[in-house]
Design a protein around this ligand. Structure first.
Ligand code: NAD
Length: 250
């Protein structure tokens, strides 16, 4: 098992890509703290994991990533309870499909608060623990291909995901000497509720025609790359942005 005994935090772990990451991490022996925006969904995800993996060590908690105070409290509680944090997956994210012509400050802010500030708050709090514990760690940020190439009707989301890439590289450069690796995964189109809620069937069909592998990804097809980046297999990988998009962008 590649992550035996490692303590991992996965934000947005209740569904979609995050849930697949949580499951693969458990299969690899990690102790997982999964986060959701509501305690009910986090506990439901915890229960589902325990039904599937009865011997797993997993706990679902509400993670209010838009509050610095709550993030600091959460990380200090996790540090006290588990004694260390080896892996942080900053996966929670939201989008808006509002055109730049209509976008309001508050819609823009909402995306930034979770997709950018949320990652910054979690990384800041967790990397302080990782520096203190001296054994290093792995931080993995879920970006998106739209952060590299942009997407019409997604100016807020494209901007947020581009920020994640710069943030990833800056942190990789700053924290490398502490043996803290920071990388990003840039998914293409993944079959999750986020896509169902924001992409029309017509748009999906035309996207599929542009993907060399001719389909959108199953969330399970993303999880392996997170296991790799979290594990010692990636001990010399930092500041990387790994596209997992069926060849859509190359
Ligand atoms: P999803 O909507 O299925 O899941 C989002 C997760 O984020 C949920 O677990 C939810 O609880 C959590 N979340 C939402 N708002 C939150 C808040 N305010 N506080 C804490 N947690 C919150 O999304 P997904 O498709 O699985 O996306 C996961 C990540 O992958 C996101 O960062 C997304 O931007 C990125 N991504 C997705 C796709 C795709 O095609 N689905 C493509 C590229 C990147």
């Amino acid at each position: 098992m590649k992550l035996e005994g490692k303590v991992a935090i996965v934000t947005g772990g209740t569904r979609g890509i995050g849930k697949s990451i949580v499951e693969r991490f458990l299969e690899e022996g990690a102790i997982v703290i999964l986060g959701g925006s509501r305690v009910e969904t986090a506990k439901k995800a915890e229960k589902e994991c325990l039904e599937k993996y009865p011997n797993a060590q997993v706990v679902g908690v509400e993670m209010e990533l838009t509050s610095t105070e709550k993030v600091e409290m959460l990380i200090s509680k996790i540090e006290k309870e588990y004694g260390k944090i080896d892996i942080l997956v900053n996966n929670a994210g939201i989008t808006t499909t509002q055109s730049i012509l209509e976008l309001t400050d508050s819609e823009f802010d909402q995306v930034m608060q979770l997709d950018v500030y949320g990652i910054m708050r979690m990384t800041r709090a967790v990397s302080r623990v990782m520096v203190k514990q001296k054994s290093g760690g792995s931080i993995i940020n879920t970006a998106s291909m739209v952060g590299i190439y942009g997407s019409p009707r997604q100016p807020a989301y494209s901007c947020a995901k581009a920020a994640v890439l710069g943030f990833t590289k800056a942190c990789a450069k700053e924290l490398g000497h502490q043996n803290i690796r920071v990388n990003a995964v840039a998914p293409g189109v993944v079959g999750t509720d986020m896509v169902k809620e924001n992409v029309s069937d017509e748009m999906l069909e035309s996207l599929k025609k542009m993907i060399p592998l001719e389909k959108m990804a199953d969330p399970k097809e993303l999880a392996g790359i997170y296991v790799y980046l979290a594990s010692s297999d990636a001990s010399y990988t930092t500041g990387a942005v790994i596209s997992v998009d069926g060849g859509l962008v190359m």
